[in-house]
Design a protein around this ligand. Structure first.
Ligand SMILES: NC(=O)c1ccc[n+]([C@@H]2O[C@H](COP(=O)([O-])OP(=O)(O)OC[C@H]3O[C@@H](n4cnc5c(N)ncnc54)[C@H](O)[C@@H]3O)[C@@H](O)[C@H]2O)c1
Length: 372
């Protein structure tokens, strides 16, 4: 199979669909790989690094799209990219179609077979191609929170780890899933005094077994959340109710209970935010203040560290890329129901129920799509 890896063209996107490591594996499996010139530059991978492992570096996106049987990307295809897709071609990338009728219409019209990273599942019912980005955002949250706590950024001027003879900062992490666990780990590692709150007792039991005394766990009752934010220098919001907007765990009136200059990092902003006063920000202008509390609400946090994010995502996508290339998409999806769960669009049909329900479009079951 011929695999194409174009340069991402969405604003501020510096990740790339394939690393040189992935290219090397694909070539070892007998495939050809076309990489658009400059595709890896934002993540620190030069054209020479791709060429050294056997990729053909092509000058334009047109060429990568036109010659490839399968396109591997990061972000949903932009209008110019959608115009280059065709029937019989496979697209493997994040799509997030439910809120995006224009993209859905174009993908259906193109006839492409599109497999979405965000709906591929694993044996435990998890989302293995979303988890790496949650891990990155979680580890990044205390780092950006520490930065926002600096006086020059409007914060209360405390260092997470304190100093000899000086108290450590108090960090509250609300939500103890993938993001929250990584955030609590890193905040504790930076020397802060960390409390993690979640509504799931089994989850807290697991975390308690895994992490012991490194941070404390509390049931996220309204009272416990209020006590935690009142004591905190830094609050990290990491709650998720799958398929729903994030619940508001901190109301505006409660900001008055907090320490002036305390920081809220709302990682759940991509699901609408879990603090009432959150609104999405960008890496260019990441923070703002409400009632004396600094808010950091960047919706694509992993974009701040494109090299780490690219490698983390690539580690997770590689087995699927190889299966799709080795077997062809039909056989690969036939053999692996978790990959089949990623099929969103095939030959003019929508094949993912939740997207169909969100957009009011009839859906062909993914199993039936395998026969078309
Ligand atoms: N901003 C970004 O760049 C970025 C990057 C990755 C993930 N995210 C977002 O971060 C959020 C968390 O993702 P995740 O992968 O950790 O999800 P997850 O499902 O692994 O964890 C969510 C946790 O929240 C808990 N929870 C639900 N309601 C709660 C409540 N009211 N109080 C306390 N805990 C509650 C759940 O029990 C669960 O443990 C999601 O909204 C995700 O989309 C954002």
């Amino acid at each position: 199979m011929r695999i194409g890896c174009p340069k991402e063209i969405k604003a501020h996107e510096h990740r790339v669909g394939l690393t040189p490591t992935a290219v090397r594996e694909a070539i070892a499996h007998g495939h050809e790989v076309l990489v658009e010139a400059g595709a890896g530059a934002g993540a620190g991978f030069s054209d020479a690094a791709y060429a050294a492992v056997g990729a053909e570096v092509v000058a334009t996106a047109e060429e990568a799209f036109a010659r490839a049987d399968m396109i591997v990307k990061v972000k949903e295809p932009q209008p110019a990219e959608r115009a280059r897709l065709r029937a019989g071609q496979v697209l493997f990338t994040y799509l997030h179609l439910a809120p995006d009728p224009e993209q859905t219409r174009d993908l259906l019209a193109s006839g492409v077979t599109a497999i979405a990273y965000e709906t591929v599942t694993d044996r435990m019912g998890g989302l293995p191609l979303l988890a790496p980005m949650s891990e990155v955002a979680g580890r990044l949250a205390p780092q950006v929170g520490a930065w926002a706590l600096q006086r020059s950024n409007g914060g209360r001027g405390v260092l997470l780890g304190g100093a000899p003879g000086v108290e450590r900062a108090d960090v509250a992490v609300i939500g103890g899933g993938v993001v929250g666990t990584q955030a609590a780990r890193v905040a504790a590692g930076m020397g802060a005094d960390v409390t993690l709150l979640d509504i799931s007792l089994p989850r807290m039991r697991t975390l308690d077994d895994l992490f012991g005394d490194r941070f404390r766990t509390r049931l996220a009752s309204a009272g416990a959340v209020e006590a935690a934010i009142a004591a905190a220098d830094l609050v990290i919001g990491a709650v998720l109710i799958p398929g729903a907007a994030a619940p508001k765990v901190v109301r505006r009136a409660q900001l008055a209970l907090m320490r002036p200059g305390a920081v809220l990092v709302d990682v759940a902003i991509d699901q609408g935010g879990c603090f009432e006063t959150s609104r999405p920000t960008t890496h260019v202008d990441p923070i703002y203040e409400v009632d004396g509390i600094v808010h950091y609400c960047v919706a694509n946090m992993p974009g701040a560290v494109p090299r780490t994010s690219t490698i983390a995502l690539g580690n997770a996508t590689l087995p699927f890329v190889l299966a799709l290339a080795d077997k062809g998409w039909r056989q690969a999806c036939e053999d692996d129901p978790n990959l089949l769960a990623g099929l969103n669009v095939h030959a003019g049909h929508l094949t993912y129920a939740a997207v169909g329900a969100a957009l009011g479009i009839d859906v062909l079951s993914a199993r039936l799509a395998l026969r078309r």
